[in-house]
Design a protein around this ligand. Structure first.
Ligand code: CP
Length: 308
């Protein structure tokens, strides 16, 4: 039985297999509409979500399976004090696979220790968000035709943004990847990521608080929102929340074939006027999330080799 807790739980070959399967599903979704008949996905969301939960549910429904779950800690027995370990023991007899989002870093790891079904980390605190990374990789691979040889700008809250941490971990495994890490001083990437990932693997990167002057060198610009829910005080959030706002004026400095990604939800960091720019692909990215989650569910259930 396999779980997906971190993007590094998948080898490059497994990742490639899931992305190729995601692209195959994108081409002909109808071929996969009965693969998960008789299977159930449980979505255990202790934290708010729109895309991740609903795209997981859409993915399982598209595969012919069924879904059950809860969308907040308040509407589950966590509100009465039940532990993640006890919850997953019970859910193991109700569903075949589960996706869990939790505000505490490591909660899906604990769940995996007690689970009898595959556990997928759908975001744990400020730590990891591996299925967003699969979504990001499918978007980049589909639109650019490659996952190597590029300069990726990451802009916004690089400290608390779990999608940033997961994507850096995933992209450093491909050749000739460079990062431009754009954030306010207080929201720079965590030390462990700089030391244990970027420095250790000799990855080329700069840390800066300048978006505009770095735009011309980027192949991908990955915008992120400042994560209000992870701040200790509202004052700091208000001071930092509008540090970077991408607008059509700044887009003039970008390459003609640069793509703007954002895991969403967006708050102020991308002006809505940018949405009409063909390089703005964040809504397409959210759509790709369904295909890649279909591929992941099939893989973890061992149904990816099944006859279509
Ligand atoms: N990208 C993402 O995780 O969005 P949600 O919080 O809406 O799931």
């Amino acid at each position: 039985m396999r779980h997906l807790i971190s993007p590094l739980d998948l080898s490059i070959e497994e990742l490639e297999h899931i992305l190729c399967l995601g692209q195959e599903i994108m081409e002909s979704p109808e071929k996969f509409s009965h693969i998960c008949e008789g299977k159930k996905l449980a979505t255990l969301f202790y934290e708010p979500s729109t895309r991740t939960r609903l795209s997981f549910e859409a993915a399982m429904l598209n595969l012919g399976g069924k879904v059950l779950g809860f969308s907040s800690a308040d509407s589950s027995s966590a509100a009465k004090g039940e532990s993640v370990a006890d919850t997953i023991r019970v859910i193991s007899s109700y569903a075949d696979i589960c996706a869990m989002r939790h505000p505490k870093e490591g909660a899906p790891t604990v769940a995996a220790m007690y689970s009898e079904i595959p556990v997928i980390n759908a975001g744990d605190g400020g730590h990891n968000h591996p299925t967003q990374t699969l979504t990001d990789l499918l978007t980049i691979k589909t639109l650019m035709g490659r996952l190597d040889n590029m300069t990726i700008g990451m802009c916004g809250d690089l400290k608390f943004g779990r999608t940033v941490h997961s994507l850096i971990n995933a992209m450093v495994r491909y050749p000739n990847i460079r990062f431009v890490l754009i954030s306010p001083q207080e929201l720079k990437i965590p030390d462990y990521l700089r030391r244990e990932v970027l420095d250790q693997k000799n990855i080329e990167y700069i840390e800066t608080d300048q978006l505009e002057q770095n735009m011309p060198k980027l192949d991908i610009l990955y915008m992120t929102r400042v994560q209000r829910e992870r701040f200790f005080n509202e004052e700091d959030y208000i001071r930092l929340k509008d540090s970077f706002i991408l607008d059509t004026n700044k887009m003039k400095y970008a390459k003609k074939d640069m793509f703007v990604l954002h895991p969403l939800p967006r708050v102020n960091e991308i002006a809505t006027e940018v949405d009409n720019d063909p390089r703005a692909v964040y809504f397409k990215q959210a759509k790709y999330g369904v295909y890649v989650r279909m591929a992941l569910i099939m893989s973890l259930l061992g149904l990816d080799k099944a006859k279509q």
